[in-house]
Design a protein around this ligand. Structure first.
Ligand SMILES: NC(=O)c1ccc[n+]([C@@H]2O[C@H](COP(=O)([O-])OP(=O)(O)OC[C@H]3O[C@@H](n4cnc5c(N)ncnc54)[C@H](O)[C@@H]3O)[C@@H](O)[C@H]2O)c1
Length: 258
C-alpha cells in the first residue's frame, strides 16, 4: 500500500522505463504516489517493471513507445491521459550511446540514428505532453542530459553533442513555458551502473576491470546507482522544487568538480 507521497496525485510518463535509470525513476515515482506510465521499446522488461510496481501497491501501466516515432508519441500520450488523466510529470530518459568513433569517421546515418532518439525523441515527447500541461496550468519536464553534455571526453562525440542539445533545450523550454506554470529542468548523471554502461564495457573490454576503473574515476570512490538519479528526478517532479526551473542537477560522485 502506497501512503501519501511526495508526488501523490501526479501522472508521470517515463521514457526508456524498462531498464536502468528509467526503471528506477518509474519505481520511485510510483513509490511516492504518482500514477506512472512506463514506456520503452523493450516490452517484456517494461511490463516486468510495471508488474513489480503494482505488486508493491503502486499504480502503473506499460505502453510500447519508440521516442523517435512521432505518431507513437502522439498516440501513447493520448492513451496515458485517457487511463490516468493529464500527464503532469514527463521524464525524458530514453537514450542510446551510439558509436564509439572519432568525429571524422562518423557517418551521416550514424548521426541521424542517434539524434533521432536522443534529441528528436525528447522534442517529440515534450511537444506532445506540453498541451496537456498547458491545459492543466502545471507540469514538470525532467530531461536526462549527462556530464558528457558539459565536459569533453574522447570516446563518443555524437552522444556528447546530443546531451549538450538536451541541456540547451531544457533551458529554452523553461523560459517559454514558465508563464504557463510548467517547469523544465535537466539532470546530468555521471557514471551510473546500468545496462548502458555495462554493455559499453562488454563491447570495449572486461566488465569487472571496467567497473573498477569507473569506480576509481569518482572522488566518492564508486559508480552511482540508478536510484541516485531517481532521487534527483523525484525532487524535480515534486512541489518541493516549485521555484526551480531552467536549472541543471549534476549527480556524479564529484567527478566533474575537479
Ligand atoms: N548510465 C550512465 O552512466 C549515464 C550517464 C549519464 C547520462 N545517462 C543518461 O541517463 C538516461 C538513462 O540511461 P541508462 O544508463 O539507464 O540507459 P540504459 O541503456 O540502461 O536504458 C535506456 C533505456 O532506454 C530504452 N530505449 C532505447 N532506445 C529507445 C527508444 N528509441 N525509444 C524508447 N526507449 C528507448 C532502452 O530500451 C532502455 O530501457 C539516458 O538518457 C542516458 O543518456 C546515463
Amino acid at each position: 500500500m502506497v501512503m501519501k507521497g511526495r508526488v501523490s496525485g501526479k501522472v508521470a510518463l517515463v521514457t526508456g522505463g524498462a531498464l536502468g535509470i528509467g526503471r528506477a525513476c518509474a519505481k520511485r515515482l510510483a513509490a511516492e504516489g504518482a500514477a506512472v506510465a512506463v514506456t520503452d521499446v523493450l516490452d517484456a522488461e517494461g511490463q516486468a517493471n510495471v508488474n513489480e510496481i503494482c505488486l508493491t501497491g503502486g499504480t502503473a501501466g506499460y505502453w510500447h513507445l519508440d521516442v523517435s516515432n512521432e505518431q507513437e508519441v502522439q498516440d501513447v500520450t493520448r492513451m496515458v491521459k485517457t487511463k490516468f488523466g493529464p500527464i503532469s510529470v514527463l521524464v525524458n530518459n530514453a537514450a542510446v550511446s551510439g558509436v564509439t568513433k572519432p568525429t571524422h569517421e562518423i557517418s551521416a546515418e550514424e548521426w541521424e540514428d542517434l539524434m533521432n532518439i536522443n534529441v528528436k525523441g525528447v522534442f517529440f515527447c515534450t511537444k506532445h505532453v506540453l498541451p496537456q500541461m498547458i491545459d492543466a496550468g502545471t507540469g514538470s519536464v525532467i530531461n536526462l542530459s549527462s556530464i558528457y553534455g558539459i565536459m569533453g571526453a574522447s570516446d563518443i562525440p555524437l552522444y556528447h553533442a546530443s546531451k549538450g542539445a538536451v541541456r540547451s533545450m531544457s533551458r529554452a523550454d523553461a523560459m517559454i513555458y514558465a508563464s504557463k506554470g510548467i517547469r523544465v529542468n535537466s539532470v546530468q548523471p555521471g557514471f551510473i551502473w546500468t545496462p548502458f554502461v555495462q554493455n559499453y564495457l562488454k563491447t570495449h573490454g572486461n566488465i569487472e576491470a571496467g567497473r573498477k576503473a569507473f569506480d576509481a574515476l569518482n572522488p566518492l570512490g564508486n559508480v552511482g546507482e540508478p536510484d541516485d538519479i531517481a532521487y534527483g528526478v523525484i525532487y524535480f517532479a515534486s512541489e518541493e522544487s516549485k521555484f526551480v526551473t531552467g536549472t541543471e542537477l549534476i549527480i556524479d560522485g564529484g567527478y566533474s568538480a575537479r
